[in-house]
Ligand binder design. Sequence first.
Ligand SMILES: C[S@@+](CC[C@H](N)C(=O)[O-])C[C@H]1O[C@@H](n2cnc3c(N)ncnc32)[C@H](O)[C@@H]1O
Length: 241
Amino acid sequence: MSEQNGTAMRRDYQKGDAATVALEQKYYDAYAGFYDSLADEDYAEILKQVGRSVQAKAILEVGCGSGALGLRLKERFQAARNVGLDVSHGLLMKHPFLPVLGNGQYLPFPSESFDFVAASAALHHIHNLEQTLREMYRVLKRGGHVLFIEPNADHPYRRLVVDGGFLRKYFLQTSDESIFPQDLVAMMCGIGYSDATFHYVTFRNRHPSLLGRTQSLLSALPRPRSWGRFVHPWFIMVGGK
Ligand SMILES: C[S@@+](CC[C@H](N)C(=O)[O-])C[C@H]1O[C@@H](n2cnc3c(N)ncnc32)[C@H](O)[C@@H]1O
């Protein structure tokens, strides 16, 4: 537990050390190409969270992988310059736009050089979350927007299996440790981001596993609204500067 501007964080968000980057590189270089697993409906839901009036001329995606989200952002912001940064050379080789090999904690770009910064399923892999958010804030222009898609740390699958459960050792091949959305809001507000808001979501996935199908079924059942945090495996966060 750590303190962030007077708000108690439920998790530390500084995992491992520099070795986490090597672990991520090794894993994703070997795994290149897997992560275009969301369905078109999932990307439509993600882009719905970005206001219709939002415009972007220069987009940065941190932890872009092979560029699955980047492609959809290009459809939404057709005239935009689209840069993708990742530690995995193997995944970047598949990136369709401007791939940059680098660590999200140290962005190799001038301040205020992008008007849209995104990260999909990437923040929870990076060693120091706060430093990464600060770097993203630095390179974001005033009036710019951010979009983050992250696994929901409150979901039972994350709590019992991936993050803290006894099965973790069978799953842990990366430095993956999910984020509580409320912690992300508090951290973003502390850094200076404006209007940080999130929305829980269950993705359909392009090729859903049995677990994915069960999660979709459970999230569609009638239930009190407040249970959403335990039912939806993901959340989508938007904010601005
Ligand atoms: C779960 S994958 C998501 C890939 C892609 N954003 C997507 O949605 O398909 C996590 C990505 O984060 C990248 N990553 C891990 N640590 C990173 C770091 N320190 N800086 C930048 N990218 C990193 C990995 O190489 C991988 O591409």
